[in-house]
Design a binder for this molecule. Structure first.
Ligand SMILES: Cc1ncc(C[n+]2csc(CCOP(=O)(O)OP(=O)(O)O)c2C)c(N)n1
Ligand SMILES: [Mg+2]
Length: 321
């Protein structure tokens, strides 16, 4: 990654972390009327990938997509308002946390159907190819989505048609409480790519520079018309699968595993790297935090004071005019 982008990427990861921590803190007041899935610990994936995308490139997210929406440049106010199911939300209060959308910056949607977004992103990549533009699509999904038929069908089709799509698997080892090894024969999702005839890589998803290197390569390959790539990013979610619970000690994941991954915090690692290079000073770190804090304050104030949709508007937007 070009050095000039280091601070931007650091800021994006910090923004994701602090926004999600605030969501976590506000959730107990029961005003956020949507299920939430937090990405705390996984920030490097979306940040490292999206830094290489243009505004007119497309992404599709998952049920856990605050990080993807933020990294692609989605409006934080509209995201928080969506969590509060307000009229000013990015999906006009119809979608909640799992259906973030902002077509103006290429966020064509996120989906609560595990694996459901993979064929959608394959479709927009097909459209780009048919229209002859060089827009790239990135689809984010979890290790659980690699269990789905949609993953396999999409990879096969995209490779066959050399579509400009990058499949980014955020492998946090769990689908709810089921470990990858209780669902899949191997622990090498990236190796499926080989069978479908496309490059596949496994990277340290908590190292934003490594994620960024591979993403840049894959996105350039798409722009050159050479087809899709699968990138498997190994990472870890700190919170429970859903909501704000801390579930370590409940039985499905060992404390040592959790501690290991927390010690590999993607933000701490990158901050240490930037400090060792003299790029991030204590002063700059503070001013970034302050700026983000104000952004978050504004977003929550905006969301909480926004109107709720009224019952007579229930059927609006169900059908296209
Ligand atoms: C088709 C489908 N099957 C099952 C579910 C229930 N479900 C919601 S999230 C989830 C686990 C997804 O795991 P993964 O893809 O690894 O994403 P992560 O939650 O780890 O980010 C499941 C099974 C669903 N939403 N959609
Ligand atoms: Mg998972």
């Amino acid at each position: 990654m070009d050095k000039s982008k280091w601070i931007e990427v650091y800021r994006t990861m910090k923004l994701i972390r602090l926004v999600e921590q605030r969501i976590n803190d506000e959730y107990k007041y029961d005003e956020i009327k949507t299920p939430i899935h937090l990405s705390i610990g996984q920030e490097a994936v979306a940040a490292g990938v999206c830094i290489h995308l243009r505004k007119d490139d497309y992404i599709f997210g998952t049920h856990r997509s605050h990080s993807q929406y933020i990294a692609k440049g989605g409006d934080i106010k509209k995201m928080i308002a969506e969590l509060y199911l307000r009229k000013t939300g990015c999906a006009r209060g119809r979608g909640g946390s799992m259906h973030l959308v902002d077509p103006d910056v290429g966020i064509l949607g996120s989906s609560a159907i595990v694996g459901g977004n993979i064929p959608l992103g394959t479709g927009t990549a097909l459209a780009s190819k048919l229209l002859g533009n060089d827009r790239v699509t990135v689809v984010f999904f979890g290790d659980g989505a690699a269990d789905e038929g949609t993953f396999h069908e999409s990879l096969n089709f995209a490779a066959l048609k050399k579509l400009p799509v990058v499949y980014v698997c955020e492998n946090n080892f769990y689908a709810i409480n089921s470990h990858q090894l209780s669902r899949q024969v191997g622990d090498n999702i990236h190796k499926w790519a080989q069978g479908y005839g496309m490059p596949g890589y496994q990277v340290d998803g908590n190292d934003v520079l490594e994620v960024s290197d591979y993403a840049e390569k894959a996105i350039s390959r798409c722009r050159r018309g050479e087809g899709p790539t699968l990138i498997e990013c190994l990472t870890y979610r700190w919170k429970g699968h859903i909501g704000t619970v801390d579930d370590v000690g409940e039985g499905y994941r060992p404390k040592e595993e959790y501690d290991y991954w927390v010690s590999r915090c993607p933000i701490k690692r990158f901050a240490e790297f930037l400090k060792s290079r003299g790029v991030l000073t204590a002063e700059l770190e503070k001013s970034i935090d302050r700026e983000i804090y104000e952004l978050i304050e504004d977003a929550f104030r905006f969301a909480q004071s926004s109107p709720k949709p009224s019952p007579d508007e229930l059927l609006d937007f169900v059908y296209a005019e």
